[in-house]
Design a protein around this ligand. Sequence first.
Ligand code: PEP
Length: 247
Amino acid sequence: DTNRKLVVGNWKMHGSHVANAELLQGVLAARPFGCDVAVCAPFPYLSEVAVTLAGSPLLWGAQDCSAHEQGAYTGEVSAAMLAEFGCRYVIVGHSERRAYHAESDQLVADKAKAALARGITPIVCVGETLAQREAGETATVVKRQLSVVIHALTHCIGEIVVAYEPVWAIGTGRTATPEQAQEVHALLRAQLAAATPHAAQMKLLYGGSVKPDNADSLFAQPDIDGGLIGGAALKAADFVAIVRAAG
Ligand code: PEP
């Protein structure tokens, strides 16, 4: 169903055996879901999450993958490895990776390509910093970030998920207003429409301090098809409330 929204939890570097089990049970208790729902856990927990969620409507993903197929890349995890045990999504180009691991637009595009080649849907993150927004560069920055991905993926571009995550809103408690988010989403949708006939069906997620009390107004925007949720994805009650707001 192309109208179904998508809500993805990004656990970042949080969790433990006990905490994950409790969180997943709390989310599973909210079934059935009225939207597509996924959680992106740290690598060491993925196989365990896969077992816990097998046969359930709660999907799972990774927070990163290598751009390379295999080889001498110590510490990296390939899309093939993730695909081997059922990974559905992978976040690529999260602003924390762009900032702390110097990931370039081209590397992010290559990672998205590597994921798609293994049947995993990349959730490609784009977003401007506060300084860029204040300098009036928001549109230029997000369009540049997306254009490199469009160029790399060509005819497959319709298969990705895009997450607009203004850097100044991530983990800060400062959310973009629904109007600010919609404005950027509309720009991104138009850019995608110039590249693929599937743009209208693509999922464009908003991320950046989405909470139960602001999810409704964000999800009501015409070009916001769901959310990428950080902090609020770590508490089952909050995450479930956001899932409910999405459908
Ligand atoms: C994120 O890191 O993807 C995110 C949106 O984080 P938060 O919800 O905590 O702002």
